[in-house]
Ligand binder design. Structure first.
Ligand code: PSU
Ligand code: MN
Length: 305
């Protein structure tokens, strides 16, 4: 029985039952992607923005083995403060659940739990992807395989250049995952609007976006959609400064022999250190921007159905 594992917040449950728009949010960004207390402040503000734009937020995480869809304030504080929360991607879910542990969900596992709860739109900062040097390390985020299979639309600010953006886009193409850029030709690079890579499609309105996503699933074309929403001009970082900082962080991680699931959190915190907190500021602003688009998209999708 699914209910044995899933624990949907009553407000979210009610919204889902009455066909109201719901937006899923992940928790790895809270527990492993941002420092305390910025993480909790951001998570709360994101929920507020989702509400202001007409949808119900459902932050997803695992507490004592339960797949939580919608966290209480207390649970959100716990996710942001406790050091006892494992980064949980697809392969980790069964063990965390069976042992009754706490887990922060990545893009992949948030998509899985969203799909179990029948939530169609998920807002995050950046997706995982093919890491630079993956030709040797095979380090490719499980997020990409999830996008290949699971029917959730993911609003993000693109992929950062800690990843190989070109190879990430190739991988998504192979698996039939549409990559859209919202209001721009280029697929955004998280901290900057520019990446040097074109998205497959440019879409300029939420209605158009909702129609395309709906058509995909109506056609039985299973899998996710990546919606790259460029960071607003005023919050983006200088292209050369951020890329030099990323290079420096990558070198440091190589020197220290960082690998596996530690890589992304290490790089994020190192980049924050190198940019003296500027990257974190941009990160927060781009998530807010994504929350607006995700909520509007969820509203449009419920209008179609
Ligand atoms: N990018 C960010 N912040 C994050 C992540 C990515 O700017 O917190 C997290 C997301 O949860 C994503 C995960 O799904 O990192 C990818 O980790 P990995 O590369 O280990 O699959
Ligand atoms: Mn990895």
């Amino acid at each position: 029985m699914l209910n044995q594992y899933l624990d949907i917040h009553p407000e979210v449950q009610k919204a889902l039952e009455s066909g109201k728009p719901v937006v899923a949010l992940e928790s790895t960004i809270i527990s492993h992607g941002m420092p305390y207390p910025n993480n909790i402040e951001t998570a709360k503000k994101v929920e507020e923005i989702v509400r202001e734009n007409g949808a119900i937020p459902a932050t997803i995480g695992i507490i004592k083995g339960k797949l939580k869809v919608g966290l209480t304030e207390e649970e959100l504080n716990f996710m942001g403060k406790s050091k006892d929360i494992l980064k949980a991607s697809r392969r980790d879910l069964p063990f965390i659940v069976a042992k009754g542990l706490n887990g922060a969900t990545t893009v992949a596992s948030t998509m899985i739990i969203s799909a179990l709860a029948n939530i169609k739109v998920f807002v995050t900062g950046g997706i995982g992807g093919v890491h630079r040097g993956a030709q040797d390390t095979f380090d490719i985020s499980a997020d990409l395989q999830e996008l290949a299979h699971t029917n959730v639309a993911v609003v993000c600010a693109g992929a950062k250049s800690i990843l190989d953006i070109g190879l990430t886009l190739e991988y998504l193409e192979t698996h039939g995952v549409p990559v859209i850029s919202y209001g721009s030709e280029e697929f955004p690079a998280f901290y900057t609007r520019k990446s040097g890579f074109k998205a497959d499609y440019r879409i300029d309105s939420e209605i158009e976006l909702a129609k395309a996503i709906n058509a995909k699933w109506d056609l039985g074309l299973n899998g996710g959609v990546v919606i790259g929403n460029p960071i607003p001009e005023e919050y983006q970082m200088d292209y050369d400064i951020i890329n030099n900082s990323i290079e420096e962080a990558l070198e440091e991680s190589k020197k220290l022999g960082i690998s596996g699931k530690e890589t992304t959190p290490f790089l994020l915190s190192k980049i924050k250190e190198i940019t003296k907190g500027k990257s974190l500021e941009s990160n927060i602003k781009l998530v807010y921007n994504n929350a607006v688009l995700g909520a509007k998209l969820a509203v449009e999708l419920t209008k179609i159905k």
